[in-house]
Design a protein around this ligand. Structure first.
Ligand code: CAA
Ligand code: NAI
Length: 247
C-alpha cells in the first residue's frame, strides 16, 4: 500500500482521470475526498469506493472557480479527516474555439476554472500542509500548456499558467516539506477528448508513436508516483505522459 493512511483531495474526481485516480488511491490505502462540481458523479464515485472500504471516500460539491466554494470544501475535509496529505488539482474544462471567434466568456470561464481554480485550492490547503510540515501538491497541466494547440488559446494559457504556479510553489514550499509537481497528459480517452472532431483526432493519433490514446489509468499512475513517498526528491517537475506525441 503506497498511500496507507494518507488523506487526499482530488478535484474533478467524479469523472474521467480524476475518478480513475480516486479508485487507485483508495486501493493504495488513502482516504479520498472526491471534490467535484458534478454532484451526481462525485457522489456515485464516493459511494462505489466506500463499498471497497468504509470511510475511504467522501464527496463534496465544489466549484473550484469560486474561492468561497473551495474554502467550504477544504473546511469540510479538515473537520472530518484533518490536514490533507495530498492535493490533486485535476478539475478542468475546455471551451475550444479559433482565436478570431473566441468569446470573452469562453476565455474567462476556462481561465476561471483551470487557472484560478488551481490557485484557490492550493491557497486554502497549503497553509495547513505548511503547519504540518509535509504534503504533496500535484497540478494538472497538459501537452497543450507546453506546446500550444489550434483552437485552444484559453486552455493553453491556463495550462501554461499551471506550470508557472507549479515551479513557483516548488521553490516557495520545498523547504517546508511540501513537494509540488505537475503532470502534463497528452490525449487521454475521456469525455474531454470525445468532443474533438473525428478528423483532428485521427490526425493526432497518427503522430503518437504508441498509436493509441492514453487511458485514464496512465495518468492515475503518474499521479500516484508523485503522491507517494517514492517521489520525495522530485520537486517542480512537469511529468509528460503523452505516448511520445512530442519528442
Ligand atoms: N490541425 C490542423 N488543422 C486544423 C486543426 C488541427 N488541429 N484544427 C482545425 N484545423 C483547420 C480545419 O481543418 C479548417 O481548415 P479549412 O479552413 O482549410 O477547412 C480550419 O482549421 C478551421 O477549422 P474548423 O472548421 O474546425 O473551425 P471551427 O471554427 O468550426 O472549429 C474548433 C474550431 C472548435 C477549434 C475545432 O476545430 C476543434 O474542436 N478542434 C479541436 C481542438 C482540440 O484539439 N481540442 C483538444 C481537446 S482535448 C484537450 O484539450 C485535452 C488536452 O489537454 C490535450
Ligand atoms: P473530464 O471532463 O472527464 O473530468 C473533469 C472533471 O472536472 C469532471 O468531473 C467535472 O465535473 C470536473 N469539473 C469541471 N469544472 C469544475 C469546477 N468548476 N469545479 C469542480 N469540478 C469541476 O476530463 P478529464 O479528461 O478527466 O480531465 C481531467 C484533467 O486532465 C483536466 O484538468 C484536463 O484539462 C486535464 N487533461 C486532460 C486531457 C485529456 O486528454 N483528457 C489531456 C491533458 C490534460
Amino acid at each position: 500500500m503506497r498511500l496507507q493512511g494518507k488523506v487526499a483531495i482530488i478535484t474533478g474526481g467524479g469523472n474521467g482521470i480524476g475518478r480513475e485516480t480516486a479508485a487507485l488511491f483508495v486501493k493504495e490505502g488513502a482516504k479520498v475526498c472526491v471534490a467535484d462540481y458534478d454532484e451526481t458523479a462525485g457522489r456515485k464515485t464516493a459511494e462505489e469506493l466506500r463499498a471497497i472500504s468504509e470511510e475511504s471516500a467522501m464527496s463534496v460539491k465544489v466549484d473550484v472557480s469560486s474561492a468561497e466554494s473551495v474554502e467550504r470544501m477544504v473546511a469540510t475535509v479538515l473537520e472530518r479527516w484533518g490536514t490533507p496529505d495530498i492535493l490533486i488539482n485535476n478539475a478542468g474544462i475546455t471551451q475550444d474555439s479559433m482565436l478570431t471567434k473566441m468569446s470573452i466568456e469562453q476565455w474567462q470561464r476556462v481561465i476561471d476554472v483551470n487557472l484560478n481554480g488551481v490557485f484557490y485550492c492550493t491557497r486554502f490547503v497549503a497553509p495547513h500542509m505548511v503547519q504540518k510540515g509535509n504534503g504533496k501538491i500535484i497540478n494538472t497541466s497538459s501537452i497543450v500548456g507546453v506546446h500550444g494547440n489550434i483552437g485552444q488559446t484559453n486552455y493553453a494559457a491556463s495550462k501554461a499558467g499551471v506550470i508557472g504556479m507549479t515551479k513557483s510553489w516548488a521553490k516557495e514550499l520545498g523547504h517546508k516539506g511540501i513537494n509540488v509537481n505537475a503532470v502534463a497528459p497528452g490525449f487521454i480517452e475521456t469525455g474531454m477528448v470525445s468532443k474533438m472532431p473525428e478528423k483532428v483526432l485521427q490526425n493526432l493519433l497518427d503522430k503518437v508513436p504508441l498509436h493509441r490514446l492514453g487511458k485514464p489509468s496512465d495518468i492515475a499512475h503518474a499521479y500516484l508516483y508523485l503522491a507517494s513517498d517514492e517521489s520525495d526528491y522530485v520537486n517542480g517537475t512537469v511529468l509528460e505522459v503523452n505516448g511520445g506525441l512530442v519528442i
